[in-house]
Design a protein around this ligand. Structure first.
Ligand code: TRP
Length: 337
């Protein structure tokens, strides 16, 4: 345990706004699994963030447990890492409020994801969507996080987090660790199977675009077979010019662990149909055990509830310490003063 306290801290999270996808394994979960033995890890289910888009309440509840079960099915070990639900630790919303008073309106307006999402959800551009990155900063800073594994699309939010931490530390005294982005060893960003210039997303309205981690074997095969490719005839890895086929190569690589060059070498002159069949076989073999574990774990809601209650308790111990420091420094009076 004394050694545990010397480890660097990692924080990351996924919104429970849908069933997790193959993209989450490629871009997040397999890295988290690799990191959990060397770092003090907090893996959060960021349900408050999910509220920035209108959710069907029953779905949000279901997806929250799905998300926890999938973290475990993917290999996160609750003896190594803390798994918890954001709304169970009130310090997240509380610190976000304080940090919002340190964030410039113009600064928040420059977030490109806010601009994109306001276009996507033009009928519901709410203040929560605007404040989303501030809540994310609170998530990270509460745990004195050193490293944050995030994809390209979240880098600007991490920059804001660093700026806010620095600003607060300068205004008072050192309070927050300044977090760094963690560039993962396995950085694959999977693309939509229907429009390979877009990221694979759990909220894509076209279900054929996304491999969901609970998809059965038939659905996996069907989606791979229908994947949009280009009019070329060779199997080549060229994400800029041949995004569709490159995405399938990336999926084959994820499923088998074979190096990209070797896959290309082997299938270069194969037909698209032959290669797609091989990708589908590989993916079915890769996902079947994950899915089996997922359903086993997901069926035991009492176990999941216990896990998440314990996770929130562990997380709150760390988070509340930071929040109390912040409250004191900004001048909120407490009976302990
Ligand atoms: N915004 C992140 C995403 O959409 C999710 C997230 C919320 C997060 N809080 C976080 C990621 C803190 C890393 C750290 O991917």
């Amino acid at each position: 345990m004394s050694q545990a306290s010397q480890r660097l801290t990692i924080f990351s999270g996924i919104q429970p706004s849908g069933m997790l996808t193959l993209g989450h394994i490629a871009g997040a979960l397999r890295n988290w699994v690799a990191l959990q033995y060397d770092y003090r890890c907090f893996f959060c289910i960021v349900d408050l963030h999910a509220l920035t888009v209108r959710q069907v309440p029953a779905n949000l509840r279901r997806w929250t447990l799905d998300c926890a079960a999938m973290y475990l099915a993917a290999g996160i070990d609750p003896a190594q890492a803390t798994i918890f639900v954001q709304s169970h630790v009130p310090a997240h919303a509380e610190l976000a409020w304080v940090l919002s008073t340190f964030t410039g309106f113009g600064e928040a307006s420059r977030m490109t994801q806010f601009k994109e999402k306001s276009e996507q959800h033009a009928h519901n551009v709410n203040v929560g969507l605007f404040a989303y990155p501030i809540l994310m900063a609170a998530d990270i800073l509460l745990y004195q996080t050193n490293l944050v594994p995030v994809g390209e699309d979240q880098k600007q939010h991490l920059e804001l987090t660093r700026d806010l931490a620095q600003r607060f530390n300068n205004a008072y005294s050192p309070t927050f660790t300044i977090p760094e982005p963690y560039i993962p060893k396995y950085g694959a960003r999977l693309m939509s199977l229907q429009d390979p210039r877009k990221k694979m997303s759990k909220s894509d309205p076209n279900h054929n675009a996304t491999i969901f981690l609970a998809d059965d074997n038939d659905a996996i095969r069907r989606k791979i077979q229908r994947a949009v490719t280009d009019s070329g005839t060779t199997i080549e890895y060229d994400p800029d010019n041949r995004p569709g086929i490159s995405n399938l190569i990336e999926i084959y690589h994820l499923a088998t662990g074979d190096p990209i060059e070797q896959i290309v070498e082997h299938y270069r002159t194969a037909s698209y149909a032959t290669f797609k069949a091989a990708v589908a076989d590989a993916l079915v073999a890769y996902l079947e055990p994950v899915r089996t574990r997922f359903f086993q774990i997901r069926d035991d809601e009492a176990f999941l509830a216990d896990l998440l209650v314990r996770g929130a308790r562990e997380a709150a111990q760390v988070a509340n310490r930071t929040l109390q420091k912040v409250y004191r420094k900004v001048g909120l009076w407490s009976p302990k003063d």
